[in-house]
Design a protein around this ligand. Sequence first.
Ligand code: 5GP
Length: 119
Amino acid sequence: MAYDRNNIFAKILRSEIPCNKVYEDQYALAFYDISPAAPVHILVIPKGEFTAFSDFMAKASSELILGFHKAITKVIQELKLETSGYRLVSNCGEDAGQTVAHLHFHILAGESLGGLVGQ
Ligand code: 5GP
């Protein structure tokens, strides 16, 4: 799948539409999901044109891959989610229900999150 530069997260990265920012560095941007599925629901996206996880791992530099994952970790630490726990999810492709074709990880927390699939 080709990367669509007009996807909603590309527009957020270019500051063409606003987001409720949680964290940003040279590798990643984290912001609150517009339609939260848990009391804490944050999206973390890499700075670059990657449709999903496999595309990212195939094309991104080692520096970006490391920086992106460290950014996710920083968000988890800054929001102090490690003690009570959190879920890290990335929907990739049709069967997973991915709706925005720019790689993103969901950080979900703040309550008992239940079963993994098909609730
Ligand atoms: P997916 O379904 O691709 O795994 O996740 C996409 C997520 O992006 C959804 O949870 C959806 O609520 C969120 N989302 C879609 N549009 C926007 C937006 O304009 N702003 C923010 N903050 N989140 C969005």
